[in-house]
Ligand binder design. Structure first.
Ligand SMILES: [Zn+2]
Length: 139
């Protein structure tokens, strides 16, 4: 089963812009959206402070996580995933990402250069998902 992730173009551009601005460190944030069967629709981004000390890590500031959760709930949605960048790296989960991931059915967007890739974490592993950058469809 391959999941399909729908991401509006302006949000894809925003992630790439944040990734560029954060260099040489990683940017990070959370994704508000909805799952409809195998399709996840990303509806909003919540950029977060990266508390990690190492440049090749990210750790979302807990206060930012809580604020994003509240904001998503206020919109009648939930946080369905996170995003971060790999400056100079590849758009795929790193060893650290594998160690830090824990929440099942959580979507991960990873930006590296002009590449943006989507993965879904489930049962202890990341599965690549189809990423469709497209205008949001009516819910
Ligand atoms: Zn990573």
């Amino acid at each position: 089963m391959t999941n399909r992730i729908e991401l509006p173009p302006e949000l894809a551009a925003a992630i790439k812009a944040q990734a560029g601005a954060a260099q040489p460190r990683e940017c990070c944030g959370l994704l508000e959206g909805v799952w409809e069967g195998d399709v996840a629709r990303v509806l909003a981004l919540y950029p977060a402070r990266n508390l990690a000390e190492a440049a090749d890590r990210f750790e979302i500031a807990p206060q930012d996580h809580i604020a994003a959760q509240k904001a998503a709930r206020a919109n009648g949605h939930v946080l369905i995933g996170c995003y971060h960048s790999h400056p100079g790296g590849r758009a795929e989960p790193s060893q650290t990402d594998r160690e830090d991931a824990g929440q099942d059915d959580f979507l991960w967007l990873i930006a590296a250069g002009e590449t943006l890739a989507a993965f879904v974490y489930l049962d202890g592993r990341f599965a690549a998902a189809e990423l469709a950058v497209c205008a949001p469809q009516p819910l």
